[in-house]
Design a binder for this molecule. Structure first.
Ligand SMILES: *[C@@H]1O[C@H](CO)[C@@H](O)[C@H](O)[C@H]1NC(C)=O
Ligand SMILES: *[C@@H]1O[C@H](CO)[C@@H](O)[C@H](O)[C@H]1NC(C)=O
Ligand SMILES: *[C@@H]1O[C@H](CO)[C@@H](O)[C@H](O)[C@H]1NC(C)=O
Ligand SMILES: *[C@@H]1O[C@H](CO)[C@@H](O)[C@H](O)[C@H]1NC(C)=O
Ligand SMILES: *[C@@H]1O[C@H](CO)[C@@H](O)[C@H](O)[C@H]1NC(C)=O
Ligand SMILES: *[C@@H]1O[C@H](CO)[C@@H](O)[C@H](O)[C@H]1NC(C)=O
Ligand SMILES: *[C@@H]1O[C@H](CO)[C@@H](O)[C@H](O)[C@H]1NC(C)=O
Ligand SMILES: *[C@@H]1O[C@H](CO)[C@@H](O)[C@H](O)[C@H]1NC(C)=O
Ligand SMILES: *[C@@H]1O[C@H](CO)[C@@H](O)[C@H](O)[C@H]1NC(C)=O
Length: 508
């Protein structure tokens, strides 16, 4: 009995020690594996061969020496196995254009990785699931074929891979990447595609960007390839030279009905709106801008009730917009109808929205739409508005103070240039403390601009006040020493009447 107890006691201790040891071992294992520093040696060699063929003027890969390859810049390893799973060599200075254009372009080119070729040694990274080589400048043309061998890839970003155009087509071996979720080949000017059949094998694809790939020679087969991708959520086909003959108006079945984003902008589509598009009822973003659709009516768009962003910029719309259209698209946050011919005034347009229990409109662009009439006070119901573009229409009359003061205090853009507004410029403009850009040019304003018009414009960066109308905008600042609350980046005031002396505030 005693010995039995002793035995029990001992076995209990043994068990406890054993468990403690197990815990210790697994803790050690855990702490040592969460900071894997050296990758698998063959993969380290593959990375070094890849680096050898690169021109790296800004020294982005200067950390790529020694054994601790999992700590090299742009590399991530699996903490357990030490295999390289992620290679992110995206240029940190994207070319964005705009005001800082020149500086940006110099930085961009300097930090581009270049060189004659992307060394196929990368195919040694068998466990790679993420590869981003975007915004660089690789010269060699047969660089992509081996990528089809990286079967574990889920994310592949080869957008803006070089400054010039490619000589060879996209290799069909990419069709072997059956785990791929993201494929971005934007802005590479590959030669016109002869077929996209490889694409239909990418059954896990969620996000596809083929922007600037010339699809003009493959008829409607691009759409049939894409129709085999049941998981697709985003499809970007901007500037793909797709014309009306290549866009079937109906499809027998529509596989990609989960689509959330469809971008067909900057193509040559000259047909009606395709019927299958209106079955994509999950769409939150649709961009058809810069095409020439033959439709005169937007009736069918009411089926796309999830839309938050709708861009119908310069698509040849003519005529009346039914209020019904807007009364059903209550989730819209941004709407661009600029550069079309739309009959009627903004009143008709807004009456549709009054049907929505709330509206979330943040950006409204109706510039160059041939619209006319006065601005109604109902404009103020767009409480979330940040960008209002009404330039180059025939809006007329005076603008009541209340219209501006009812507009959201979050307004950042107010562009009213090139209309027929008269009367005085409402002083309430001066209360838009978030306003960044103000364009009042080319109207027939009366009265003058005073300090009150600027009093709270602390965020203002750009003002356009120029005019070629007989009535110039008059600056009448009573305080010669006035210090404006803003720091401007651009100011355009040709033909304005400024007096009596040249304003001191220009210095600041
Ligand atoms: C791997 O380790 C790194 C560095 O310690 C850590 O940032 C990362 O979250 C870990 N990843 C996983 C999948 O555990
Ligand atoms: C690919 O990279 C570009 C720029 O480097 C980026 O703008 C784009 O969003 C990326 N694509 C995806 C699908 O993440
Ligand atoms: C997959 O890769 C093999 C060679 O590895 C190639 O022969 C085949 O054509 C590829 N398949 C596709 C669909 O690209
Ligand atoms: C697209 O390719 C076609 C013929 O393959 C060519 O005629 C056309 O100019 C190309 N379009 C662009 C924008 O390069
Ligand atoms: C729809 O997708 C399924 C599964 O990928 C495929 O078998 C079918 O052919 C597709 N339909 C069309 C019209 O492409
Ligand atoms: C589109 O939706 C309509 C009505 O819901 C349906 O009759 C039609 O078959 C659908 N078309 C496609 C291509 O899915
Ligand atoms: C649309 O453009 C294509 C290619 O330029 C042309 O063949 C076709 O006739 C045009 N269709 C219409 C309806 O204008
Ligand atoms: C108002 O909304 C209802 C329900 O969504 C819709 O049936 C109706 O067509 C809309 N009316 C207008 C004028 O937009
Ligand atoms: C503004 O123009 C309208 C005609 O569009 C005219 O009736 C009105 O009197 C003008 N208002 C002022 C203040 O000049």
């Amino acid at each position: 009995m005693d010995s039995h107890v002793l035995f029990n006691h001992n076995s209990h201790r043994f068990l406890r020690n054993f468990l403690l040891m197990l815990l210790f071992v697994s803790l050690c294992r855990y702490t040592s594996t969460t900071v894997v520093e050296s990758c698998v040696e063959e993969e380290r060699q593959a990375l070094l061969s890849f680096k050898e063929d690169l021109i790296d003027r800004s020294g982005r890969l200067s950390s790529w020496t020694g054994q601790q390859c999992c700590l090299w810049r742009g590399i991530s390893c699996n903490n357990r196995t030490g295999h390289v799973v992620k290679l992110d060599l995206r240029n940190p200075y994207p070319y964005i254009g705009g005001v800082d254009d020149e500086w940006n372009s110099v930085e961009y080119q300097k930090s581009s990785l270049g060189g004659k070729l992307i060394n196929p040694s990368l195919q040694g990274l068998k466990h790679l699931s993420y590869l981003d080589l975007s915004l660089n400048n690789f010269q060699e043309i047969r660089i992509l074929n081996f990528i089809g061998g990286l079967k574990n890839l889920r994310y592949l970003n080869l957008s803006s891979l070089r400054y010039g155009s490619f000589v060879e087509e996209i290799p069909s071996s990419l069709g072997n990447l059956s785990n791929l979720n993201y494929l971005d080949l934007y802005n590479n000017y590959f030669p016109p595609s002869k077929n996209l059949n490889w694409l239909s094998h990418l059954s896990s694809l969620k996000h596809l960007n083929l922007g600037l790939l010339n699809l003009s020679s493959i008829g409607v087969s691009w759409l049939h390839a894409i129709n085999k991708l049941p998981s697709l959520l985003e499809l970007h086909l901007s500037s793909c030279s797709i014309d009306g003959n290549q866009l079937p108006l109906s499809l027998p079945t529509n596989n990609f009905t989960s689509l959330l984003v469809l971008d067909l902008s900057h193509n040559h589509i000259n047909s009606s709106f395709p019927k299958w598009m209106f079955n994509l009822t999950s769409l939150t973003k649709l961009d058809l801008g810069w095409n020439l659709f033959l439709h005169r009516s937007l009736d069918e768009f009411v089926r796309l009730k999830s839309l938050e962003h709708l861009d119908l910029w310069r698509i040849g719309l003519k005529g009346q917009l039914l209020p019904k259209f807007f009364g059903n698209l209550c989730k819209l946050k941004s709407l661009d109808l600029s550069d079309n011919e739309i009959d009627g005034g903004i009143q008709d347009f807004l009456s549709g929205f009054s049907n929505c229990s709330s509206n979330r409109m943040e950006s409204l662009d109706l510039s160059s739409c041939g619209m006319e009439g006065e601005l109604p006070s109902s404009l103020g119901m767009l409480k979330s508005l940040q960008h209002l573009e009404l330039s180059s229409n025939s809006f007329r009359g005076s603008i009541r103070e209340s219209i501006i003061s009812n507009l959201s205090s979050s307004l950042k853009t107010l562009h009213l240039g090139g209309n027929l507004f008269n009367g005085s410029i409402p002083e309430s403009v001066g209360q838009l403390s978030q306003l960044v850009s103000l364009d009042l040019s080319d109207n027939s304003w009366e009265g003058s601009l005073t300090e009150a018009h600027f009093i709270n414009l602390t965020s203002l960066k750009n003002i356009v006040l120029s005019t070629n109308r007989p009535v110039p905008i008059i600056f009448n600042l009573t305080d010669y020493e006035w210090i404006p609350p803003f720091k401007l980046q651009s100011l355009s005031m040709d033909n304005c009447r400024v007096g009596p002396g040249f304003p001191v505030w220009l210095q600041s």
